[in-house]
Design a protein around this ligand. Structure first.
Ligand SMILES: Nc1ncnc2c1ncn2[C@@H]1O[C@H](COP(=O)(O)OP(=O)(O)O)[C@@H](O)[C@H]1O
Ligand SMILES: O=c1ccn([C@@H]2O[C@H](COP(=O)(O)O)[C@@H](O)[C@H]2O)c(=O)[nH]1
Length: 201
C-alpha cells in the first residue's frame, strides 16, 4: 500500500487537488480519508459550546483513532470512517465503510503535525496558496456550503485560523517531499503526482 499525506492551510485546495489526482485513476485502487472525519466526538457539549471549539488546533483531532484506522488499512482490514457535519460541528452517527486500496490518500490541515501519522506516509505533500487567496476561498465556501455568515468566518479567521496556521500548519511544510503551488489550478503538479501513483499501480 502507498500512503500519501496531503496537508496545507484551510482553502489551499487540498480537496480539489485530491479529486484531480484520483479523477482518472481506477476507483477500486485508490481510497481517500479526510482528517475532518476524525474531529473528536463532542456530543457531550451543546451546539453553543461546540461553536467555541478551536478546530484548527491539533488537540481537536482524534489522532489515535486515525492512526489505528491507518494501521488496520495497512493490514488489509476495512474501517468505519466517521462522517463529520460542519453544520452541527460534530461527528454524525453515520460511518463510511472504507476498504484498503493500493493507494490511500489522507488529507487535512493538521495531518503532518503528528509524528506517528507522519511516519506512516510514504509521500508527504503540502499544498500552498497565499493567505489572502485562502481567506477568499474560505469565505465563499463556508457561506455557500457550511451555513456560516461573513462575520462568523472573518472572526474565526482573525482569532483562530490565522494564528493556528502560523503556529501549527505552516511549519509542517518542512516535512513535505513535494510542495504544490496552488494559487492557480496546477495541472502540471497534479500530473506529476498521478504519474508517481500510476508507477506504483
Ligand atoms: N487553484 C484554485 N483556484 C481557485 N479556486 C480554487 C483552487 N483550488 C480550490 N479552489 C476552490 O477553493 C475552495 C476551497 O478548496 P478546497 O479544495 O475545499 O480546499 P481545502 O480542502 O484545502 O480547504 C473551493 O471552493 C475550491 O473550488
Ligand atoms: O466543525 C467544524 C470543524 C472544522 N471547521 C474548519 O474546517 C477547516 C478544515 O477544513 P478544510 O476543508 O481543510 O478547510 C478548519 O480550518 C476548521 O476551522 C469548521 O469550520 N467547523
Amino acid at each position: 500500500m502507498l500512503i500519501i499525506g496531503i496537508a496545507g492551510g484551510t482553502g489551499c485546495g487540498k480537496t480539489t487537488v485530491v479529486n484531480q489526482i484520483i479523477n482518472e485513476l481506477p476507483p477500486d485502487e485508490v481510497g481517500v480519508i479526510s482528517q475532518d472525519s476524525y474531529y473528536k466526538d463532542t456530543s457531550n457539549l451543546s451546539y453553543e459550546e461546540r461553536t467555541k471549539i478551536n478546530f484548527d488546533h491539533p488537540r481537536a483531532i482524534d489522532f489515535d483513532l486515525l492512526a489505528s484506522h491507518l494501521e488496520m488499512l495497512k493490514n488489509g482490514e476495512p474501517i468505519h470512517q466517521p462522517v463529520y457535519s460542519f453544520v452541527q460541528h460534530n461527528r454524525t452517527k453515520d460511518t463510511v465503510l472504507t476498504h484498503p486500496r493500493k493507494v490511500m490518500i489522507i488529507e487535512g490541515i493538521l495531518i503532518l503535525t503528528n509524528q506517528e501519522i507522519r511516519d506512516m506516509f510514504d509521500i508527504k505533500i503540502f499544498v500552498h496558496a497565499d493567505s489572502d487567496e485562502r481567506l477568499i476561498r474560505r469565505v465563499r465556501r463556508d457561506i455557500n456550503e457550511r451555513g456560516r455568515d461573513i462575520d462568523e468566518v472573518l472572526n474565526r479567521y482573525q482569532t483562530t485560523l490565522k494564528p493556528m496556521h502560523q503556529q501549527f500548519i505552516e511549519p509542517t511544510k518542512e516535512y513535505a517531499d513535494i510542495i504544490i503551488p496552488n494559487n492557480k489550478y496546477n495541472t502540471v503538479a497534479v500530473d506529476i503526482v498521478r504519474t508517481i501513483i500510476n508507477e506504483r499501480l
